[in-house]
Structure formats: structure tokens, C-alpha cells
Design a protein around this ligand. Structure first.
Ligand SMILES: [Zn+2]
Length: 408
């Protein structure tokens, strides 16, 4: 059997509680044996949306004990909007704040023509409202996997991704989500979620075959952690600490992988040249957004790798402006600054940088990989699956010292 039994888990949980406060570990969360609802903020600050349903849903409003069946004209969408009196939906007025539409059993709701499993919650926000999809985590994951992986990829790659994505979502729900009315974004800021339209047979199977499994790390093995993943590590992963800050933990530390290089299209990218004036503009804009001294830098004159991690992946760059001022930026900060300015963008921060022979441009060269490179590398996972490795082995290689556990 994989992981630990529920009985063993409960024992561990009791030990954990008996120990009082959490042991000194990085920001991880205990795993509770409940089916998790993930709250996806599909839309933010909208004024109206179209809603449709395959069967009449139940409408409920905060503070109003009455639950009503909302009658839909067959196969038609209705408009929902917020107004001074509360909500105008389907030609009817309802007073109150948060409005929830719960699908009839076996039916699905759509917002702006996109179908999502779970309930839709309309939450007043600013002058408009947000639309939040309250969906069971495995239903959510079915709509995530095929957005994150290629359709022809191996089933074991899908299963590894399912466990990583489940762990990540559950971690966010139990940390950042605690102080707000939603957990995750439906895009790259969290995980790409496409709802029912994004589901495939392969994504459904991978979720079902790993149902309840999460990654844990730490004393008692009862703690989950943010199981980051990215497209292509370029051969060496990046530590979460170098990208997101915070204390380091072994599952999210840098380590050499290397195997994505065999099949990935991202191996060996570059050179990418950006004019000094354009790059200076992007760096200043980034500095302004992050209250950093780069906001007022003179024109960028030179750039080079300042430090690498233990395995040789670029960790920071040194930038020198025309006044001779020196700035050191984390590699991912440079990538964020460059990419926020549009094309050309940097596939990853695992590269070198220097001045072109004519002195006019900064050239990023000897590039490896795509994405931040923390945690599971999707292309390495695919290569390992092609070699016949199972998802448990892929996860063990991707998140050193982690364990599989059953969360529900
Ligand atoms: Zn890799």
C-alpha cells in the first residue's frame, strides 16, 4: 500500500496534537482527513455574468434561510447582476449579499458559457462582484491536469502531476485561503483550471487513481507543503527559497535532475537580445512596482551572472548602470522584470547574460529549461515515465524526503 493508513494517520495526528505547538519546521500544514473543497476565484470585479445550467439549480443567499429553485428557461443563459437592491438574476430580484447557486444532482452550472463542477458563489466585491467556484478537490484537479500537461503524455506523468497539484491546492487552501473567501486563481498564479471543458479521460483517470493522495514532509509525516511544479528544470531545479523566500525544506531544495534534456524542446535556448534602453525601462518598472533601487537606475551598461546554486544553476545577476552603480537581483526577479515587459521574454532564469559586441544590447544565452524550476519538473517526469518509472518514484525524485500520505 502507498502512504499510511487512516488509522496510522489518526494516531500521528493525535501525537501531533499532544505535542502542543507545531515543531520548528517550514510553513507546512497538518493533513486533515476530510474531503477538501477548493474555492476557485473564476472572475473578479465583474458587473454581470451569464449563467446557465443543465438542470434548475438551488439559489440561496446569506442570511436568508429560504432555498429556492431557480427556474431557467430551457437551454438558455440568464444574466446575473448586482444592483442597489441586491441581485438581479434570471429576471428576478433578490435581496442580500452572497448568492450561491448549487447545481441539481448530476447537473453542471456554467458562467459566461464555461461549465464548472461544484457550486457558484457570487460575492460582492468593490463596485461589482467575484464569481467563486466551490468545487471538490478531485473534480477541480480533473480540470487542471490536461491544462498543465500534453495530451499524449504518459499516465504516470499525469498521476504524479495529480498528487503534486492536489498537495499544492490543499496547502494554499489551508494557509492563504484561511483569511479570504477563495483559495486559488484559475490561472498560472495558482494552477491553470479550465473546468469541465478541460477534462480528458486521462485527467479523470489520473485523479481517480491517486484519489486522496498528497505529499507530506516533516515530523510525523503529517504535514503538507506547497508542492510547486514547473515545465522544465533545465537539468537542475531551483530552490523554493531562492524564488519565493522563506525557509528551505528538502523537498523544495535545489537538486540535479537532468533527464528533461533528453526530450524537452526547451533545452539550450538563446541567445535572446534586448536593447539596453528597453531592458533599462523594464528594470525600472519592476523596481517601481517592488520599491527597489532599480526604479531610479541610470541606463544599464553591463550584466553578468553573480552567483549560482550548489549545482550550477544561475541564482542571481549583477547589473551595472552607466553611473557605475551595481545592483544584484535574484535570477527570478530578473525574469519577472523582463517578462512583464512583453516580448521578448525569458523562458527561464537558468541562463547567462552579457553585453553584445556592439555594446547596444544585453544578450541572455546558454539558457536551460522553462518556468521557475522549483519542485516537480514536468518534462523530467515525462522522461522518467517513458523509462517505466511509476508516479511514486517520480514524486520521490521530484520532492526529496517527501512521503505519500492519504488525506481523505
Ligand atoms: Zn527537468
Amino acid at each position: 500500500m502507498i502512504g499510511i493508513s487512516r488509522k496510522t494517520w489518526l494516531l500521528l495526528a493525535l501525537l501531533f496534537i499532544a505535542a502542543g505547538c507545531p515543531p520548528e519546521t517550514p510553513p507546512t500544514e497538518s493533513v486533515a482527513p476530510t474531503v477538501q473543497i477548493i474555492r476557485v476565484r473564476l472572475l473578479s470585479g465583474v458587473n454581470q455574468v451569464s449563467i446557465s445550467a443543465t438542470a434548475n439549480p438551488i439559489l440561496s443567499i446569506t442570511g436568508d434561510p429560504q432555498r429556492r429553485e431557480l427556474l431557467f428557461p430551457k437551454d438558455q443563459a440568464v444574466w446575473a447582476a448586482r444592483n442597489a437592491g441586491g441581485w438581479w438574476i434570471g429576471g428576478q430580484q433578490f435581496a442580500g449579499s452572497v448568492l450561491t447557486l448549487t447545481p441539481a444532482p448530476g447537473s453542471v452550472l456554467s458562467v459566461n458559457q464555461a461549465a464548472y463542477r461544484g457550486s457558484l458563489r457570487l460575492v460582492p466585491a468593490g463596485d461589482g462582484f467575484d464569481v467563486v467556484d466551490d468545487v471538490q478537490i478531485d473534480d477541480y484537479l480533473q480540470g487542471v491536469l490536461a491544462q498543465e500537461l500534453y495530451r499524449d503524455w504518459q499516465p504516470e506523468t499525469y498521476k504524479a502531476q495529480a498528487v503534486a497539484a492536489r498537495t499544492y491546492a490543499m496547502y494554499i487552501a489551508r494557509t492563504e485561503g484561511v483569511s479570504r473567501y477563495w483559495d486559488v486563481y484559475p490561472d498560472e498564479r495558482s494552477q491553470v483550471y479550465g473546468g469541465v471543458a478541460a477534462e480528458t479521460d486521462k485527467s479523470r483517470l489520473a485523479v481517480a487513481q491517486t484519489a486522496g493522495l498528497v505529499l507530506t514532509y516533516g515530523p510525523g509525516e503529517g504535514k503538507i507543503f506547497p508542492a510547486y511544479f514547473s515545465s522544465d528544470c533545465g537539468g537542475i531545479t531551483q530552490s523554493a527559497t531562492d524564488v519565493f523566500g522563506g525557509p528551505s525544506i528538502p523537498p523544495l531544495d535545489a537538486h540535479p535532475n537532468g533527464d528533461c534534456d533528453r526530450i524537452s524542446p526547451h533545452r539550450g535556448w538563446g541567445p535572446i537580445a534586448i536593447g539596453k534602453d528597453e531592458l533599462t525601462r523594464r528594470l525600472r518598472a519592476w523596481g517601481l512596482r517592488h520599491a527597489r533601487p532599480e526604479a531610479t537606475m541610470a541606463e544599464l551598461n553591463a550584466m553578468a551572472v553573480a552567483s549560482v546554486n550548489s549545482f550550477g544553476r544561475t541564482r542571481s545577476f549583477q547589473l551595472t548602470d552607466s553611473d557605475g552603480m551595481i545592483y544584484v537581483m535574484a535570477a527570478e526577479e530578473v525574469r519577472a522584470a523582463v517578462d512583464a515587459g512583453g516580448a521578448p521574454a525569458l523562458p527561464s532564469s537558468f541562463c547567462k547574460a552579457g553585453v553584445s559586441p556592439d555594446g547596444q544590447t544585453i544578450v541572455f544565452y546558454d539558457g536551460h529549461g522553462s518556468g521557475h524550476g522549483v519542485g516537480l519538473c514536468q518534462w523530467c517526469a515525462q522522461e522518467w515515465a517513458l523509462e517505466g518509472r511509476g508516479f511514486e518514484e517520480i514524486l520521490a525524485a521530484s520532492y526529496p524526503q517527501s512521503k505519500l500520505a492519504r488525506a481523505y
